[in-house]
Design a protein around this ligand. Structure first.
Ligand SMILES: Nc1ncnc2c1ncn2[C@@H]1O[C@H](COP(=O)(O)OP(=O)(O)OP(=O)(O)O)[C@@H](O)[C@H]1O
Ligand SMILES: [Mg+2]
Length: 408
């Protein structure tokens, strides 16, 4: 699980009030251009770094064989750091599982975007104080930082009380994928770094797009896809029990009562789902309403996610009727608690917030711009007078009239 993310001079973020704390379910709220999507972009940057891509490619996008395999991050290289700055740093705290034990892990990556995009410094380790690797460790001395040939020295924690081992790595990529055990290096520390790296690689950025969910798709595709484009094969591979649960969630949203989810399979082993309505027809994915498809994509992703998954969503409330938003709040809270997954989502919906339980409401992160124009953020449970909001009978009215921004 991701516990916190601190963004130093990343896009609209400055150097204070720039730490986001996360619970099992964390909704990011704030006015347009307050920095919500910038925070999600930072998570994508970390994912690209953990995928071992050159940091320049992570920002600019990456093509292999004329095919885009990694879409660019908005603003690319020049607008990655705030204003005229050319250095940003992303600091994150995690809880990762290694051999059945949970460990707190800290990672910090400072990036220089002035010329070639390079690691300025990077460290990771247990908690805050025990580094597994550190490019600024005292044992490296004054010769640290990126070198003229594009390398950077790193000190790796040794087994027992031995002296750390200094190695040379490429400064063009994150060190998460470059360090390895052997020699004096502590193998336990390396296992933790691998666990952190795979956690980052597996974060799901789900952007449900109804237009991409209406086609026949090859059977046996196990993944839903980042736009939920493989909804038909995904649904067709679910157990009867899982399918009944998806139907129950979606049935509550949809105006026509639903009886079942069925499938059409072609000779070419492609599949499309159909919704059988109780008092209507058998409606193919091609004709299902946009909002129903959006919600179906979310329900499927959340109710089938593996334990421990981290799912990032942009505005999951879009396209849902205001009187049905309470279902979304229940879906998010139930699946995060019962399936032990973590969801981070942006929203503009006061109704969604009004339907959260007190714990999830306290974990909402409010964002706005401070006096110097930089993004400021806070968990709303930590704001003064949070109890006024929590206990209000007109919570959605308070939120839609700017209570949170004033309290920030
Ligand atoms: N390099 C940068 N330096 C300073 N500010 C930046 C930089 N890059 C982006 N911004 C600011 O961040 C804003 C975009 O923020 P973001 O996309 O996170 O908004 P949001 O909160 O998601 O808004 P919405 O609700 O409209 O989606 C830009 O309009 C700009 O003001
Ligand atoms: Mg946004």
């Amino acid at each position: 699980m991701l516990n916190s993310l601190t963004l130093h001079n990343w896009k609209s973020f400055g150097t204070s009030r720039n730490r986001l704390q996360f619970g099992g379910l964390t909704l990011l709220v704030g006015p347009n251009a307050s920095g919500k999507s910038n925070a999600l972009d930072a998570l994508r940057f970390l994912q690209g770094s953990a995928l071992d891509f050159p940091l320049g490619d992570v920002l600019r996008g990456r093509w292999e064989g004329q095919r885009e395999i990694w879409p660019p991050i908005r603003g690319q290289v020049v607008e990655a750091a705030r204003g005229s700055e050319a250095v940003f740093a992303l600091e994150s705290d995690w809880r990762v599982c290694v051999d059945g034990h949970y460990w707190k892990c800290h990672h910090k990556l400072r990036v220089d975007t002035c010329g070639e995009v390079l690691v300025g410094s990077e460290s990771a380790g247990y908690g805050m104080s025990t580094p597994v690797f550190d490019t600024e460790a005292p044992s490296i001395g004054a010769s640290g930082g990126p070198q003229p040939g594009g390398s950077i020295k790193v000190a790796l924690r040794a087994k027992g009380s031995g002296k750390s081992e200094v190695r040379s790595c490429f400064a063009t990529r994150s060190l998460l994928g470059q360090i390895s055990d052997g020699g004096r290096v502590d193998p336990q520390g390396i296992r933790q770094i691998r666990a952190l790296q795979s956690k980052l690689r597996e974060v799901v950025f789900l952007d449900v797009q109804p237009a991409r969910m209406r086609e026949y798709k090859p059977e046996n595709i196990p993944s839903l896809g980042t736009s939920a484009e493989n909804i038909s094969p995904k649904l067709s591979g679910l157990s009867d029990e899982q399918l009944a649960s998806v139907l129950e969630w979606v049935g509550e949203l949809s105006a026509p009562e639903l009886e079942s989810i069925e499938f059409d399979r072609t000779q070419l082993r492609e599949v499309m789902f159909f919704l059988q309505e109780k008092r209507g027809g058998r409606i193919s994915a091609r004709s299902v309403s946009d909002g129903t498809l959006r919600y179906l994509g979310l329900v499927t992703a959340l109710t089938t996610a593996e334990k421990g998954s981290i799912i990032v969503l942009e505005e999951p409330d879009v396209g849902l009727h205001p009187a049905r938003i309470h279902l979304l709040a229940r879906l998010l809270e139930t699946t995060t608690a019962e399936r032990k997954i973590q969801v981070i989502a942006t929203t503009h919906s006061p109704i969604l917030l009004a339907h959260l339980g007190p714990a999830a409401l306290a974990d909402v992160v409010a964002m706005d711009r401070g006096p110097d124009g930089a993004t400021v953020c806070s968990r709303i449970g930590d704001l003064e007078h949070f109890s006024t909001l929590r206990d209000s009978k007109q919570l959605d009215h308070l939120i839609s009239t700017g209570w949170i921004e004033r309290a920030l």
